[in-house]
Design a protein around this ligand. Structure first.
Ligand SMILES: [Zn+2]
Ligand SMILES: [Zn+2]
Ligand SMILES: [Zn+2]
Length: 323
């Protein structure tokens, strides 16, 4: 039997979507059906991870439960072929992940497995809400498998994925990962990441695509909720500045010359923030300080001359008159 890898994936996605439809409907019978579908989906998605990890191989040679040795007539070597059509169960899948060098997700799937097996023969003794909890426990596994597959759940199973994100614990879990993606960046101030919003879907589940990037100005954002590459219209530094200072301050500085956001004299971006606590350009990290060489007044972004960074606007003006 030859297993098409795309069939496994498609069946996995269908099962998860059916499972989440049932999950959302919420009545007892539907939750029982959700357990079955969702479990089947998890199992299939895990199999797809294994199959994809060895490109070009026959899928059945990877996910079969039993193999028998034989001598190959062509090269007289000892080889193995699958016996029967039984494929691996969860326990076997765990060990096969290990043997294939794939990381097994940390989440707990045992409860779902036990529940699914009991439901084959008995009425569930668990209540509807207990069963929902057990299904929810396995949401992170789905996310992990998608990660291994390099696929985006918001694109592959978009409705099911939004149903999953409606569950607070899972949302927090995903949000925690998003925030962690910024860990290598040193922000000039402490940020409330929940204020950063995707402009397409309004979700705060935006993250840095390249977790190793250290520079605010190089951040490329993606959204876990809608799956889009999020391009902040004025760049990430400005996005951070806006959420930090609010649009009002920005408007006031544009209009009247007062406010806390300034054009940076060093890089020219309008990402320089000057408040009692913060004095830095979020784009180039320039921080204006020291004193004017002519009058000795303290220098800040407000009064530094753009032509002559070591003097104030007034002195630069006076000196240019002297020329
Ligand atoms: Zn989005
Ligand atoms: Zn700058
Ligand atoms: Zn001066």
């Amino acid at each position: 039997m030859n297993v098409e890898r795309s069939d496994i994936l498609q069946n996995a996605l269908d099962s998860i979507e059916l499972g989440m439809d049932d999950f959302e409907l919420g009545e007892h019978k539907r939750i029982v059906s959700a357990v079955r579908n969702f479990y089947a989906g998890v199992l299939l998605l895990g199999k797809e991870c294994l199959v994809r990890s060895v490109p070009g191989e026959n899928g059945m040679h990877i996910i079969s439960s039993r193999y028998t040795p034989f001598i190959d007539e062509g090269d007289s070597k000892l080889k193995y072929r699958p016996v029967g059509t039984k494929t691996i169960d969860i326990e076997e899948m765990k060990s096969r992940f290990r043997d294939f060098g794939l990381k097994w997700p940390e989440s707990n799937i045992n409860n779902l497995q036990r529940l699914r097996n009991n439901l084959e023969h008995f009425h569930a003794k668990e209540s509807t809400s207990q069963m929902r909890e057990i299904i929810k426990e396995c949401f992170p596994i789905i996310e992990n498998f998608f990660e291994i597959l390099g696929l985006d759940p918001s694109r592959e199973i978009s409705d099911a994925w939004s149903t999953m994100l409606k569950e607070k614990e899972f949302f927090n879990d995903v949000q925690g990962k998003c925030i962690k993606s910024f860990a290598s960046i040193e922000f000039p101030v402490e940020l409330d990441f929940s204020n950063l919003k995707c402009e397409i879907c309004e979700s705060s589940l935006i993250y840095q695509a390249d977790e190793s990037n250290k520079y605010l100005s190089d951040v490329e954002l993606k959204c876990k909720s809608c799956g889009e590459d999020y391009v902040a219209p004025h760049g990430f530094p400005r996005m951070v500045v806006d959420q930090l200072c609010g649009a009002d301050d920005y408007n006031s500085v544009k209009g009247s010359g007062e406010g806390v956001i300034f054009d940076c004299n060093s890089c020219g971006e309008d990402t320089y923030v000057s408040t009692s606590d913060v004095n830095i350009c979020f784009f180039c990290e320039e921080s204006v300080g020291g004193e004017c060489v002519r009058c000795g007044d303290g220098l800040g972004i407000e009064n530094q001359s753009i032509n002559n960074p070591s003097s104030c606007d007034y002195c630069d003006h006076m000196m240019s008159k002297d020329d």
